[in-house]
Design a protein around this ligand. Sequence first.
Ligand code: ADP
Length: 748
Amino acid sequence: MEANFPLSLFSLKQEVFENVLQKTPFGFSLISEDYVLEYANDAWLDILEKKREEVVGKKIFDVFPENEKQLLCVFENVKKTGEPFTAPEHGVKLMRNGVLQEAFFSFVYHPIYNDEGVFQYFATVVLEIAELVNIKNKVKEDEERLRLATESSHTATWDLNLKTHEIVHSTYLSEIFGYQPDEEISHQQLRGHLSESDRINIVEKAFERALKTGIYQYEARITDKNGIEKWVFTNGKVFFDDDHQPIRMLGVMQDITERKKSEILLKQSHHQLNTAMEATKLGRFDMNPETLEKYNFSPRFLEIFGYDSETETIDSKILEKHIHRNFIEVRADALRKAKETGDLYYQTKIVLRDKSVKWIELYGRLLPPAEGSKAYISGTARDITELKNFEEKISESEKKYRFLADAMPQIVWIGEPDGKLTYFNKSTLDYSGKDYNDFVEGNGWLEIVHPDEQKENVRLWAKSVRTKKPFFFEHRFRNKMNEYRWFMSRAYPELDEFGNVTKWVGTSTDIDDMKKQEMQKNDFIKMANHELKTPVTTIKGYVQLLKKMRGESEDKFLVNSLNTIENQVNKLNVLIGDLLDISRIESGKLPLNKREFSLLKLVTETIEDIKASEQSHQINFELMHPHDIEVYADKDRITQVLNNLLTNAIKYSPHSKTINVELFIEDHCAVVSVEDFGIGMDKNELRKIFERFYRVSGDDEETFPGFGIGLFIVKDIMDRHDGKIWVESEKNKGSKFYFSLPVYQIQK
Ligand code: ADP
């Protein structure tokens, strides 16, 4: 530069030179080798506030005596090195308006040589930098403003020297890391708060990237000084020097814990949603409610439409392409409704590319426009082909069963779990001559039940519904000719896996003929009973008379014969009574004549009576209770029960002589037990002996005559007294029968 310096001052025309220099905005002066100020322009004089005549021709040190040392040093240096000297922002103490002031100037001292390279002048260029200082101050203000802005937006700032690793940061950064706002934290300390894995995997990688790209960005977890876990976000910029070496990094940092938390929650719920969708095999889609264009499909959505989600894509008009033509209206309807209600729902058939047909179910919700997004329908699609096929099969098989049910002569009906009857087959209508609706509405069916059975019918049905136990009832139904016929109705509950009733299925079978025959039989028994009783009673009377007259007779044969006749007549009497009882039990007309009486007395008297006619066995009686026990029952019937147990005990223990009878109290009940040591029974038999006409079959059958009705009657009598009868027995060891009655009163 110096070599080309064009100035040979005095070769320029004086005026031109003067003019140019006078007008420049910077101060310019020429100082000779011996430091005499030879020229100064107006700007120079203005800046230094001197008058021309005060300075021109004077030694510079005389003009600025307070700077002599400093100036001398500069001039000598410039002369020696031949290099210009720039002193930016030089503070110069100046007398201005009589006051010594510090002013800031940018000074350039330039050596000027002649053509031969001989030093001639120092040129000084001066620029007062009050302006610059203002600018700097302004920058500082801006910085302060920026600082305030960043702090109030919860943004910390930092400035890292990449050579020394010194860091300068705002107070808010200290707060993020859990320090006091005025605490300085070293770069090292800051790094120490990063979670180990994030430091390695995120921060260090971001740092390396920043050195290459100039941009430093990451989100990472820290544990602050108080042990609180936080998420921070940093955004920084790297500054490089002329040699492209990174020297400085400037950036901001934010605490993003809250955002991260909600992001994680959102992710989790997304994940959960996806898992649920995966599990339910739901395909997802979004749809523009106006154009009906679909977007954001899940892979499953594609699969439902028969596309390979990995290799194929579908377009937004997928449904238009695949919907079965019979369902176009259904879909249009559903879409119309969705606009009104916000809910989209329909089922449709679709035809796949291979022409196979599938059923799908679409469900969607119209979501109102939110920030940045328009209203859209978020929906799911489900393949329900199997379900539909299954439903079809079910309805087909239901049709089949209905047909069957209708073809049956029996009355068939179906009820809800709560007992309401919802289906009746054709036979019901044919029999009753009524309408289907007469039956399913209200209690229509009850109208055809005979008034005598209605109450019991309702009671038993309610009981079955309550207990979930099968329903059995014999009742009369009125037919279309207004005649009643007997029906046997049965209903069974259909239970689900939890034991809840799903429905009741019932049938009513016409048993009128059977019932009539049975009635005839019962009438016959009643009549026969009556007809038999008269002669038997007469025989019994005469035997007793004969015994009275000839009882003391020497003729042993006569006495034995009379006793035998009396015994057999008594047995015949019991049998006739049993037969009558059976027919009464069956028609539910076994009368009970209840009153209170002493059970102790009943037991002892019955035993005495038996003893009188049966001397074969020793009957022991023991009262296990300190006092007499009163019961409220039909005395004759309870005598009948005990009699039956005692005669059985005698009959079925031919080889043993002992029978034990006990009377005691257990669980507030009076219990009578009759124990024998005879043939006994095994377990299978025990369960059946209280059934009608049941007799234990075996080799001994013939040895033990009987009808198999005694215990059946006994059981019925006990049931109707709210009493109980049970037995313990072992084959070839003996049996012990018990019966119990509620205690009426215990005598003290
Ligand atoms: P039955 O007229 O045959 O005695 P029951 O109804 O009184 O009729 O008894 C039914 C069956 O129970 C009998 O056939 C018999 O097999 C059995 N049974 C009753 N009591 C006894 C007993 N004490 N020991 C053994 N078996 C008995």
